[in-house]
Design a protein. Structure first.
Length: 436
């Protein structure tokens, strides 16, 4: 058997074994822990997520004998808390259980939380701040608050919440109407800093730099530095971190020059990530989307670049559009499965808005940094406001078209597998990655 087929077989068998483990194995690490009483303990804040009606907080407990993992809890908007706060918490712990979502489909909430090392829910907590630790996360959180405040000061709604969501992963602050419009035109990944969005942005930056004459190696290092800084600003969301690791392994494979290397790099990185955190295979939507997005980019990037021959190459415009379309090939069935919406205008919406989102991110970061200088801040805020306004108006306009989207309700998992299988067969027959 050729080495390539041997590698492919071993890689796929490993992923299949992990799939079976997730389905049949009980993951609970706290079987002997007593969940019937109140606990009083210290904890440090690991993650804070602000919503329109309150806070979602993840904490790492201290001095809680017999308990393994993190806790998640929900709090009102006030008082406010900061990353680095040390808390005294009194609450009742509860094991997370599977839920039934709005479409009547079972949602394995317990395993979804387990991918982020969350083992229990802290119910009706009484919380008191008793100290503060100033680690790396604390200082990045302070920078994030500074950027958030500047965007909030110079932009009006809904542009303000959209800009903050795209730069700082505060998607729960975006108005429901804007969220709905973006979902209906297949642009949810733009608002939420998901793994898929990070993949597309990094790939676009890499493509543009190479089109502007940068060497592949220099472009790789610059994009890596930008994305790492971006990840720290957003609080190192697990899905995005895993997706970026996978993407840069693929970039290295591309830099080696052999056509098959990026595909093997993608599978190798997927195996490593799944080995480190088995739950991502089935319960990390962002990582699943990013894996399929990278696969689409590898398979169809050159194909769409050839297909869009009529578009100008200046500033990498043709490559940007090709990347935008290629990323959607394998992700569309998964988006339909998870969100129950099939957008017929998604290709058009992504072609218009995704390239704009790259420029929007750059302007948002500059405005966040130079908000202390009013004159420069206003010079940055006006074009940023116009771009964000165009994005919102485009999404709302396209979402209002008759037949712009289909609401499919429950999309059976068998249909998902069928759609992906057909796409893989078509890809194998067409071999679009051979296009030059």
């Amino acid at each position: 058997m050729p080495k390539s087929r041997w590698f492919l077989s071993v890689s796929l068998l490993f992923l299949l074994a992990d799939f079976c483990w997730l389905i049949f194995w009980d993951h609970n690490q706290n079987i002997d822990f007593d969940f019937s009483r109140l606990y009083d303990f210290e904890a440090s804040i690991v993650k804070l997520d602000k919503k329109t009606d309150g806070w979602q907080m993840v904490v790492a407990p201290r001095r809680l004998p017999g308990f393994s993992g993190r806790l998640i809890t929900y709090l009102p908007l006030y008082p406010e808390y900061d990353i680095g706060d040390i808390l005294q918490i009194n609450c009742r712990l509860k094991l997370p259980e599977p839920l039934v979502d709005a479409r009547g489909r079972e949602f394995f909430y317990d395993k979804y939380l387990a991918k982020d090392k969350i083992s229990a829910v802290c119910q009706w907590p009484k919380i008191k701040v008793i100290g503060q630790e100033r680690g790396v996360r604390y200082y990045f959180y302070r920078v994030k608050k500074y950027l958030w405040q500047n965007l909030n000061d110079y932009l009006v709604e809904p542009s303000s919440s959209l800009g903050k969501a795209m730069l700082l992963a505060t998607s729960r602050e975006v108005p429901a109407t804007v969220n709905q419009a973006f979902a209906r035109v297949g642009l949810s990944h733009v608002i939420a800093i998901s793994g898929m969005h990070m993949v597309v942005i990094a790939w676009l930056l890499n493509t543009i730099l190479i089109a502007l004459g940068w060497s592949r190696q220099n472009a790789l290092w610059l994009v890596l530095l930008i994305i790492l800084f971006y990840l720290f600003l957003t609080g190192l969301p697990g899905s995005a971190v895993r997706s970026v690791i996978m993407l840069f392994v693929v970039f290295i494979g591309q830099a080696l020059g052999r056509r098959s290397t990026p595909f093997f790099s993608l599978l190798w990185s997927a195996d490593i990530i799944v080995l480190l955190n088995p739950y991502v295979l089935l319960y990390d939507v962002g990582w699943q989307l990013s894996f399929l997005a990278v696969l689409g980019l590898l398979c169809y990037g050159k194909f769409f670049n050839k297909l869009l021959f009529f578009m100008p190459e200046i500033f990498g415009i043709r490559e940007v559009c090709a990347v935008t379309l290629a990323a959607q090939i394998f992700t569309t069935p998964l988006i339909v499965y998870y969100f129950g919406i099939f957008s017929l205008v998604a290709p058009v919406a992504n072609l218009i808005i995704v390239p704009l989102s790259t420029l929007t991110l750059i302007l948002s970061m500059l405005l966040g940094i130079f908000g202390f200088w009013p004159l420069l801040a206003w010079l940055l805020a006006w074009p940023l406001f116009i771009l964000l306004k165009i994005m919102v108006m485009t999404a709302e306009y396209l979402a209002g078209w008759p037949g712009a989207f289909l609401t499919l309700g429950v999309f059976p998992v068998s249909y998902l597998w069928l759609a992906l299988t057909l796409l893989f067969i078509i890809t194998w027959l067409l071999k679009p990655y051979h296009y030059e």
